[in-house]
Design a binder for this molecule. Structure first.
Ligand SMILES: [Cu+2]
Length: 361
């Protein structure tokens, strides 16, 4: 599969008291506290480098285990995204995870479901690793603000170490196939069987992939990955969830979310099958950490949610976080039976509802 090929799909408050309250907020967000605030001993998600050799190996081994488990016939696509390849019954549980993301694609990107879906998706994979692969850890995050942003391509996290390395960026000599690191030559089944690819591109917006044109085609992706940019998002948009999400995605998807995916290139750059590359989970844990950090920044942020259920491709500048039916705390997040369907209100705290984890930093 060529990295240059355009994808076929998505060618594209209220701490008034300690009482549990639900109310609408004037700032494009609704607010609700989780229905099941039961988390007592939260697990700790750590930065990739803080795992150390043994922690990294445990994570790699768990991912390889997921890749060796058979496809689960109970996987049940919702049909939210038309035109997908058929389910491959000879694939693996890892491929089921990828298919779940492909199935959800057109309902969970640039909509109000974006953040809750991805929080629940990553949590569910973490849960499967723990229950089916005896993994004792949690999903690590990649904190690109730790100096990496200056030269992402040469960040030490992209190690070629055959046991614990996430893999060095390949080049044209291998058609950008990942040939180093613990996941070298990994073959994934969707959309067709292929070895996973990566292709670092500092200026990814030169290539058109969405139904809208980019405003800043020359923008360098790492401008969105600086400590200053992180701080600006965390401290801004008080009580205004849609503005917060809009900042993460950016105007016409030129924010840190798409910048990170698109610049890494290959599989993880695709809006549909990006989880083919295990880097996806480190990237999305970091983006979830950004949300969790913003949520803790102000009581008005903690349970704010908003946006619409439908991807808006025409008036994208007006509806960065979707149009149509409003997304609220009572909106359901579907997971193709990879895990049970849940309400957003049970995903608004990492330490309540169906979740029980925190970030080390
Ligand atoms: Cu996604």
């Amino acid at each position: 599969m060529s990295c240059a090929r355009a994808p076929t799909l998505l060618a594209i408050y209220a701490m008034l008291s300690l009482q549990f309250v639900i109310l609408a907020c004037a700032l494009g967000s609704t607010v609700a506290i989780p229905s099941k605030p039961t988390c007592q001993n939260p697990g700790v998600r750590k930065e990739w480098r803080a795992l150390g050799y043994s922690g990294q190996k445990a994570y790699v081994d768990a991912m390889k285990c997921l890749s060796s488990l058979p496809h689960d016939p109970s996987l049940s696509p919702t049909g939210a995204t038309p035109g997908l390849p058929p389910l491959d019954k000879n694939s693996s549980r890892y491929d089921d995870v990828v298919y779940t993301h492909m199935d959800a694609n057109e309902k969970v990107h640039f909509t109000g479901r974006f953040y809750p879906f991805h929080r629940y998706f990553v949590h569910t994979v973490e849960d499967i690793l723990q229950k089916k692969c005896q993994y004792k850890g949690y999903i690590p995050y990649w904190d690109w603000t730790l100096g990496d942003y200056a030269d992402i391509k040469n960040s030490p996290i992209f190690s070629a170490d055959p046991v614990v390395g996430l893999g060095a960026f390949p080049d044209a000599s291998t058609n950008f196939t990942l040939t180093t690191g613990a996941f070298r030559n990994w073959v994934r089944k969707y959309p067709i069987a292929h070895p996973i690819q990566r292709n670092y591109t500092l200026q990814p917006f030169k290539q058109q992939i969405f139904p809208w044109s980019f405003n800043l085609p020359d923008k360098r992706a790492n401008e969105t990955q600086t400590p200053a940019e992180w701080q600006s998002i965390v401290t801004g948009y008080v009580g205004n969830f849609t503005a917060f999400q809009g900042a993460v995605d950016g105007v016409r998807a030129e924010g840190v979310h798409a910048s990170t995916h698109r610049s890494l290139g290959g599989d993880v750059a695709d809006p549909s099958w990006s989880p083919n590359d295990p880097l996806f989970f480190l990237v999305h844990a970091q983006l979830d950490r950004l949300w969790a950090t913003w949520q803790k920044q102000h009581p008005a942020n903690q349970y704010a949610i908003g946006g619409g259920e439908d991807l808006e491709t025409v008036n994208i500048d007006q509806f960065l976080t979707g149009s149509g039916k409003p997304v609220t705390a009572d909106t359901t997040i579907y997971l193709s039976n990879l895990g049970p369907d849940v309400k957003i209100k049970d995903l608004l705290s990492t330490k309540g509802g169906v979740l029980c984890y925190d970030y080390a930093t």
